[in-house]
Design a protein around this ligand. Structure first.
Ligand SMILES: [Zn+2]
Length: 278
């Protein structure tokens, strides 16, 4: 039953850990409905609904909320309303684990840290006040020191490909061994990353001014900006594995698939020309 799956998800990713502005939990679905197949995806968008219907999923678990800021209508006059209509018509439930999955132990940034090559112990970059084993971001060390250039190549090879490449700020030859990461938009952790003593901070959605000012100040980590979707995607397989094995231990057998459809907002790139004299 969907209620059993929701209860297990809430054991792994307690909704109480979510930020106050967040919207996590069951978005649509009847707790009494059967769940045999679950699709895990980053974004609750139409191509993910297409995949869920083709797979025969009874439930989609996404990282991002469909309605983060609430709504007064689910009419099929917007893409969000159409998503809800298609899900309900086809008996597919939708469940979100967002900032509660970010701060879980293990959570979104643990999977990201493993994907970019951190093999040793990980600790939160910004520990949660009530439980320092949980928290935002992760920091750990590489098996051996390497140049920033080599680490960026290692990170790019471990993350799922999107249209945009990794962007790097810092001397490509500087050695790196301590690495801080944060899945999704990590602007707010720039100061924490600097104070952590990391050699490089990898996150997504970094903007010009914060990144420029960060690099102008002496002695901080290098920066790597990856695609938002790519930094969160590694968590899906981890969540799927943890959920299905915890349910199996209770005699509930469900099948899970991780969506490989790239739903990052950016879909292609074009190189610039060098600046020209006027
Ligand atoms: Zn995100």
């Amino acid at each position: 039953m969907l209620a059993d799956v929701v209860a297990q998800m809430e054991t792994l990713y307690d909704p109480a850990w979510a930020e106050s502005w967040d919207a996590v939990g069951l978005v649509c679905g009847d707790p009494a409905q059967d769940v045999r197949r679950i699709l895990f995806a980053v974004d609750p968008v139409s191509v993910v609904v297409d995949e869920a219907l083709e797979y025969g999923a009874d439930l989609i678990v996404t990282h991002h909320p469909l309605y983060l800021r609430g709504t007064t209508s689910v009419a099929a006059t917007t893409f969000k309303g159409r998503v809800i209509h298609r899900l309900i018509r086809n008996d597919v439930a939708l469940y979100t684990a967002h900032t509660n999955a970010d701060v879980a132990d293990p959570g979104v940034s643990d999977a990201l840290a493993r994907a970019v090559g951190l093999s040793g112990e990980l600790r939160p970059l910004l520990p949660a006040v009530d439980d320092p084993r949980r928290g935002l971001g992760r920091i750990g060390t590489l098996p051996s020191p390497m140049t920033l250039r080599a680490f960026a190549e290692r990170a790019a090879s471990g993350l799922p490909g999107t249209a945009g490449p990794l962007r790097v700020a810092g001397d490509p030859d500087r050695p790196v061994v301590t690495v801080a990461v944060s899945g999704g938009a990590g602007d707010s952790l720039l100061g924490t990353a600097r104070a952590s003593g990391a050699d490089v901070f990898l996150t997504a959605d970094l903007r010009h001014h914060p990144a420029s000012e960060f690099m102008e100040a002496e002695g901080g980590p290098a920066l790597i900006d990856a695609s938002h979707w790519a930094t969160e995607w590694p968590w899906l397989a981890d969540a799927a594995e943890r959920l299905t094995s915890a349910l199996a231990a209770k005699g509930i057998n469900v099948e899970a698939r991780v969506s490989r459809i790239v739903t990052d907002a950016w879909t292609s790139t074009t190189p610039y020309s060098p600046p020209r004299a006027p």
